[in-house]
Write a protein that binds this ligand. Structure first.
Ligand SMILES: Cc1cc2nc3c(=O)[nH]c(=O)nc-3n(C[C@H](O)[C@H](O)[C@H](O)COP(=O)(O)OP(=O)(O)OC[C@H]3O[C@@H](n4cnc5c(N)ncnc54)[C@H](O)[C@@H]3O)c2cc1C
Length: 414
């Protein structure tokens, strides 16, 4: 006779980011009635994307960016403790907190996110980074009118900070060794349009690699001098690095759980230890054929993996999720991308553009057999929604209709 696994009586979620929050929400939605505790050293869970957008600009406050009000947790019987886990002790049936107390749990979800990657160059520790609300508060202090700000990394976060910084009146130099940042994520045409916006809005883009952050000199009256590989330098009152994150794998690795640039999980969030699951930016998915996927560092991926881990924690099948999606807001435009836009990942693929007056509004990547692989668009969320449906259903849209601005996106997915 098959034995039915006992449902967990006490689940502990380590980390109150959007992955942990989504798991908690999903656990209660699925009818889990056991004890549920979230360790969240930063207090009530809040959302990170506004930290480089509205919160940084001062148009949204700490209350606005909370994932749920305090009452939400009380109504669902969810305990939120502002404490940090220092060790997983699965053999002892719990997790050790900072201070030595052992918190009992028969299942643990690691949703611990990651830390900003630091600039590994001489003086690199002088660069500010952005991950937490406190980081955003600190950044806001230096983004004042006339401040000279050097931002290293022109990816999603660096570009958003550059946009906010010029909006706040700072003089911004955006430094990246790559000519066309974001091209793998949104395709070349949209990346070119987005990158050109920096210049139009007064951000100076610099294509080079920083090699040192030295002290500024008295003539410039600036705190820093960012020396670049091409021999030039940028004078700055503040330096910000936006060069990705390092996943938090320390707790898992110390407990002997398999990690490889992320805590390795299956599609239901299970790690190599049956009592421990993982989700969000800290995790890395191994799919059924054994392939380890690249780690996602995007909001929706964190939500979905939290939901999948909730199913896994309860021993239920994980929901199937479709193509990955991301968004970014900068210089007053809203960008979304779904699926893949990187032709290197699909030999024989081709890109189709939808442009108005020569300005690309949307880019589509079509596989060699014609089915849609990805779409990125500027201020066209309906188009991305339609593309998402087409990708998830494996449709082969008419390339002429994709390219024609007169064709309503909603008609494309029918
Ligand atoms: C400034 C910014 C802007 C972004 N903008 C976008 C965007 O526009 N679009 C998009 O798709 N994505 C965006 N992202 C990415 C997205 O926010 C992340 O992918 C998402 O927040 C990851 O959620 P998470 O829960 O996995 O990790 P996190 O949000 O990092 O949460 C992890 C939590 O775990 C806690 N923790 C860590 N260690 C411990 C421990 N030992 N004990 C207890 N708790 C611990 C941390 O304090 C943290 O609160 C942005 C991210 C940032 C930082």
């Amino acid at each position: 006779m098959n034995s039915v696994p006992e449902p967990p009586r006490r689940i502990l979620v380590v980390g109150g980011g959007v992955a942990g929050f989504s798991a908690v929400n999903e656990l209660r939605t699925r009818g889990y009635e056991g004890a549920l505790t979230v360790l969240s050293p930063e207090g009530l869970p809040y959302d990170r994307p506004p930290l480089s957008k509205g919160y940084l600009l001062g148009t949204e406050d700490a209350d606005k960016i909370r994932l749920a009000p305090e009452a939400w947790y009380a109504e669902r019987g969810v305990e939120v403790l502002p404490e940090r886990a220092v060790a997983l002790r699965p053999a002892e049936g719990g997790v050790e907190l900072d201070g030595g107390r052992l918190l009992a749990a028969d299942r643990v979800l690691l949703a611990v996110g990651g830390a900003p990657r630091s600039l590994r160059i001489p003086g690199g520790e002088a660069a500010l980074t952005l991950r937490s609300r406190a980081d955003s508060d600190a950044l806001r202090q230096v983004l004042v009118p006339g401040a000279r700000v050097a931002i290293v990394g022109a990816g999603l976060i660096g570009a958003e900070v550059a946009s906010a910084a010029v909006g706040l009146g700072a003089e911004v130099a955006l430094i990246d060794p790559v000519e066309l940042p974001l091209a793998p994520a949104v395709g070349e045409a949209i990346a070119r349009r987005l990158h050109a916006m920096h210049g139009e809005r007064g951000v100076r883009t610099v294509v080079s690699l920083p090699v040192e952050i030295a002290a500024g000199n008295a003539n410039d009256g600036a705190a820093h001098l960012v020396r670049l590989a091409d021999g030039s330098s940028v004078v700055a009152d503040a330096v910000v690095a936006g060069i990705g994150i390092v996943p938090e794998t320390g707790l898992a690795a110390a407990a002997g759980i398999a990690v490889d640039d992320g805590v390795i999980v299956d599609p239901s969030g299970a790690t190599s230890n049956p009592a421990v699951f993982a989700a969000g930016d800290a995790s890395r998915l191994r799919v059924a054929d054994g392939t380890l996927l690249r780690r996602a560092e995007h909001w929706e991926a964190a939500v979905r993996s939290g939901q999948a881990a909730a199913a896994g924690l309860l021993g239920e099948p994980a929901p199937a999720f479709g193509a990955p999606w991301l968004w970014s807001d900068r210089h007053g435009v809203h960008v979304e991308a779904v699926g893949t836009l990187d032709p290197r990942q699909a030999p024989g693929s081709r890109t189709v553009l939808r442009a108005v007056g020569g300005v690309p509004q949307a880019a589509f990547l079509l596989a060699a057999d014609g089915h849609l692989l990805g779409c990125a668009a500027v201020d066209l969320p309906l188009m991305v929604r339609a593309a998402r449906r087409m990708i998830d259903r494996g449709l082969t849209p008419d390339p002429d209709a994709l390219a024609d601005p007169a064709v309503d996106p909603r008609k494309l997915a029918r």
